[in-house]
Design a protein around this ligand. Structure first.
Ligand SMILES: [Fe+2]
Length: 478
């Protein structure tokens, strides 16, 4: 099995952590930064505070956020560790006290053995910016715009579980629809809804056949869609203190459709051929040609997420140790009357970390913005593709020789209403110069490249998820 993994380091080059926390104001800007853009662009990255005590997996590093605050055509930058309880314990000890997911662990200690690094995702909800971890745990609130860690959040004592990366904000009701999963014990999936004013108003525990890697969900106006995919934790290895995943190509993909405020017994499962999905784009309710209610779900789909051949046989498909990263934009249609699920690929170019207009989340949408996966041994993005899922078209921009980009976040233009009336923002790093920029594109002219490039005082490591917190929303919060 060792021969199938990719030993390339995720600690070097564009992945290398940065050592300090800095601030810089009045950053140089190339091009024109539209003065009406006001808010903070933040990305969450794994950034190990101490040299790892064993094998390092890219998912292990302590969370560090890199933010660029934009207002009146000016820009400032700062980066901060997410000061988690685990990080505080490590700093007190002067060394990492937990091992990464490639290392053996004590199966008797359950989830308490893991360090919630809050390194994965960010969400802006109810005037709070929160950092979230892919394995769940409590959210950490960050102040805006200075990105200091304010502590964990339990929503006035109403939260009785964790909140995993990738909860969804309903743009109409203001609810946050979230999930949490447990690798060690049932129920393996917990689900909840947080009201716009920050109280958990609904919870359900959903039984799964075993521990899954549930990385994302989707919402529609009335439903939540869960992805129970046949890439699972190997329970036998877990019992022996080792994490390894399995992919069963003969098992179905199961989509669980639950009314947003429904109990666990209200979930309906729909089956499709095996695959894995890290990130959804969107879902919405529609009526198909037969007159049946359906859910349309778009995502980046991986046909075979666990390597079956040595990397030398497919060196241009990125790998992350035991994961094979070869995702393609895809659409499923779930017929709620017959139970039939149909699927179709929407492109043959690999993309991941897709984003769309957050004002359309859960509603019919056509545009999405995807970083394009660069061919090579590890995951990197060499450009952005804007898809039109209705017309089937796309346009692309390549970051340029030696340059890699991050997650391409859609930022609505203040006062704009049309779906692509806004900007696309991401960090782009020049690998040769070891420098980074925040680039801003016109979402209606992605192929034209950046309209503004904010030169940053340091390289931003290639990392995980980015988010936009609008300035207007920050006012009024005490
Ligand atoms: Fe993610």
């Amino acid at each position: 099995m060792r021969a199938l993994t990719n030993p390339v380091s995720y600690l070097d080059g564009v992945y290398a952590p940065v050592a300090d926390e800095i601030e810089a104001d009045d950053l140089p800007i190339v091009g024109e930064l539209p003065p009406e853009i006001a808010g903070v662009f933040v990305q969450n990255n794994p950034n190990p505070r101490f040299p790892p005590g064993g094998a390092y997996h890219w998912f292990d590093g302590d969370g560090m956020v890199h933010g660029v605050y934009l207002r009146d055509g000016r820009a400032s930058y700062r980066n901060r560790y997410v000061r988690t309880l685990g990080l505080a314990r490590d700093e007190a000890a002067g060394q990492p006290l937990t091992r990464g997911i490639l290392e053996p662990f004590d199966p008797a200690r359950s989830a308490e053995a893991d360090k919630n690094t809050a390194n994965t995702d960010l969400v802006w909800h109810g005037g709070r910016l929160m950092a979230l971890w892919w394995l769940g745990g409590q959210p950490y609130e960050l102040s805006v715009p200075d990105l200091a860690t304010l502590g964990t959040v339990d929503f006035g004592g109403t939260l009785d579980c964790g909140v995993a990366a990738h909860p969804k904000v309903d743009p109409v009701t203001g609810e946050l629809i979230f999930f949490d999963y447990d690798v060690y014990a049932a129920p393996h999936l917990r689900y909840g809804v947080l009201s716009a004013d920050g109280r958990v108003t609904h919870r359900a525990d959903i039984e799964l056949p075993g521990p899954r890697l549930l990385h994302d969900i989707a919402i529609t106006e009335r439903y939540t869609v869960f992805l129970d995919l046949p890439m699972t934790w190997d329970t036998e290895r877990l019992r022996h203190g080792k994490r390894r995943v399995r992919f069963d190509a003969d098992a179905p993909t199961r989509f669980g459709v639950l009314p947003r405020h429904g109990g666990a017994d209200a979930i309906r499962w729909f089956e499709a051929p095996a695959c894995y999905v890290y990130h959804t784009v969107n879902a919405y309710e529609a009526v198909n040609a037969a007159g049946h209610a359906e859910i349309v779900l778009t995502a980046c789909r991986i046909d075979n997420p666990v390597p079956t051949v040595p990397h030398a046989e497919e060196p241009l498909i990125p790998r992350l140790y035991f994961l094979r990263l070869h995702p393609f934009f895809y659409r499923w249609r779930i017929d709620l009357q017959t139970g039939a699920v149909t699927g179709e690929p929407l492109d043959d170019v690999p993309t991941e970390f897709p984003r769309m207009d957050p004002r359309r989340l859960g509603r019919r949408s056509r545009y999405s913005y995807h970083p394009r996966v660069a061919p090579g041994p590890t995951l990197l993005f060499d450009g952005v593709i804007k898809y039109d899922a209705d017309a089937g078209g796309s346009e692309a921009h390549t970051w340029g020789d030696g340059c890699v980009g991050g997650e391409t976040v859609f930022v609505p233009r203040d006062g704009g209403e049309a779906e692509d009336d806004g900007y696309v923002m991401t960090y782009v790093t020049d690998r040769r110069a070891d420098t980074s920029e925040l680039v801003v594109l016109d979402a209606r002219a992605v192929a034209n490249g950046p309209i503004a490039r904010v030169r940053l005082p340091r390289r931003v490591p290639f990392g995980f998820h980015a988010h936009w917190a609008p300035h207007a929303s920050q006012e009024g919060r005490t």
